[in-house]
Design a protein around this ligand. Structure first.
Ligand code: PLP
Length: 461
């Protein structure tokens, strides 16, 4: 691929050798990828020595920054002790058990069991297979349909991509049948002018019930939801949403699966998004923060009643014919135990709580910008919805590539923040200090000034 990049550069070598994930090809061709050498706290440093404040915690996950000595030591210690084992055939490492015990202890469930995976996508696929196994075992083979919300992100494997209700999945011929997408609970965009948030939530619950009845309740295996839509652009639920939705689900005995891959372990300012937004799930899927990004890991945490039902189904089959070779990896489990300690008792969760006022105020300050349509926050996840017209909420025309422009200008200034549709997402590492947060917001102010000011003049002129 010709890019005008120096032939021997890392950037050009990357273009030659790597098929990149979710990367804008126009940006790649004009600028090349950002090739990193190492990290220092909340900063990453590229191969040319330039430093970037990573306001997105890597991909939401590097919550302890990029060189935390405690996590590195936990991994190294376990590498020396027992560097590899699987969890099949009734074998597993001792730390695997410790981690599962720990996840249950900190989960909202009084008791339960854990199935480990290598990623959030695998964890969601696993939860789907659990529901399908239960349906078969309970002589309800027709109970296969999975409900998720438009704009939800649940991952990229075939089932998880079918659950991810984003337009790009149609290019893969997805979703598979049996995956049904219901309303996205975004009040700012879809609420009617005369409707309160509560009334909007109630309307969505009624619409959900209509879908369930139209599909036939006995064919529905489960409803998956992120407490706060993450990759959908940080959309916290409108007031009363989950209680209203869950009342409908209970009426038809439909399990609720909370996809806590982003919210889990502190992101929303409490340990679980389910606690903050009134979800009472049957199964919790976690991943991104479990190892603070220092090892691939996902987890399906099922409450005791679900575990008991699974036991019965598994007894009939004589095994749960499901598992990933490297899941429950001893090094990942050792790092996870250490990361959970850091978050819960090592000051990370406390730091989020202490600075969440500053975070909210920092984002709220952008509300007066003529091109910020909505400011959304939940703990340390936030988004600015960029609009061409504040009155109508009209976005900039796609050809302006406004979110890519913002992300690229930010990079030039030494800030990593992510465009999601026309929203800018900010979700910093949990170790960020008050001073670093101040720096982050002033870099963001600078970025928006440089991009939006000239664009605004273009559209109004
Ligand atoms: C990232 C994400 C996933 C997928 O996790 P991977 O580890 O990338 O497979 C699933 N659900 C949510 C809510 C996510 O944000």
């Amino acid at each position: 691929m010709s890019t005008g990049l120096d032939h021997n550069s890392w950037e050009q070598r990357s273009m030659q050798a790597v098929l990149p994930a979710f990367s804008d090809s126009v940006t790649l061709k004009s600028r090349g990828p950002l090739v990193l050498d190492h990290g220092e706290g909340i900063y990453v440093v590229d191969v040319h020595g330039k430093r970037y404040l990573d306001a997105n915690s890597g991909l939401w996950n590097s919550v302890a920054g990029f060189n935390h000595p405690v996590l590195i030591e936990a991994g190294c210690r376990q590498f020396r002790r027992f560097p590899s084992y699987h969890s099949f055939f009734g074998r597993m490492s001792d730390v695997t058990i410790e981690l599962c015990e720990r996840l249950i202890a900190i989960s909202p469930f009084e008791s339960g069991r854990v199935f480990l995976t290598n990623s959030g996508s695998e964890a969601n696929d696993t939860a789907v297979k659990m529901l399908w196994l239960l349906a078969t075992h309970q002589s309800q083979p027709q109970r296969r349909k999975i409900l998720t919300r438009i704009n939800a992100y649940h991952g990229v494997t075939v089932a998880a991509a079918s659950m991810t209700a984003k337009p790009y999945n149609t290019a893969f011929g997805l979703p598979l049948s049996d995956f049904i997408h219901v309303d996205c609970p975004h009040y700012w965009r879809y609420g009617t002018p005369d409707e309160s948030e509560e009334a909007y939530s109630q309307r969505l619950a009624e619409r959900l019930e209509r879908v369930i009845l139209a599909e036939d309740p006995s064919t529905i295996a489960g409803f998956f939801a992120e407490p706060v839509l993450g990759a959908g652009g940080v959309i916290p639920p409108p007031t009363g949403y989950f209680p209203a939705i869950q009342q409908v689900l209970r009426r038809y005995n439909i399990p609720l699966i909370a996809d806590e891959v982003i919210c889990g372990l502190g992101r929303t300012g409490v340990l679980w998004g389910s606690k903050r937004f009134d979800l009472d799930p049957d199964i919790i899927v976690a991943s991104k923060c479990i190892t603070a990004g220092y090892f691939p890991m996902g987890a399906v945490i099922v409450k005791a009643a679900v575990a008991d039902a699974l036991d019965a189904a598994i007894d009939e089959q004589e095994e749960f014919a499901h598992g990933f070779t490297s899941a429950g990896h001893p090094v990942g489990c050792a790092i996870a135990l250490s990361a959970i300690d850091l978050i819960m008792t090592g000051g990370l969760l406390q730091n989020i709580q202490a600075l969440s006022g500053q975070f909210e105020a920092g984002l709220a300050a952008f509300a007066s910008n003529p091109h910020v349509g909505e400011v959304r926050t939940a703990g340390w996840m936030g988004a600015l919805e960029i609009v061409a017209d504040k009155e109508t909420g009209e976005p900039f025309p796609a050809k302006f590539r406004v979110s890519e422009k913002i992300a690229n200008t930010a990079l030039d200034l030494g800030l990593i923040c992510r465009p999601l549709g026309q929203a800018i997402v900010i979700c910093p590492p949990f170790i960020m200090t008050a001073e670093e947060m101040h720096t982050m917001f002033s870099m963001l102010t600078d970025t928006l000034e440089r991009v939006l000011h000239p664009l605004g003049e273009l559209t109004s002129g």
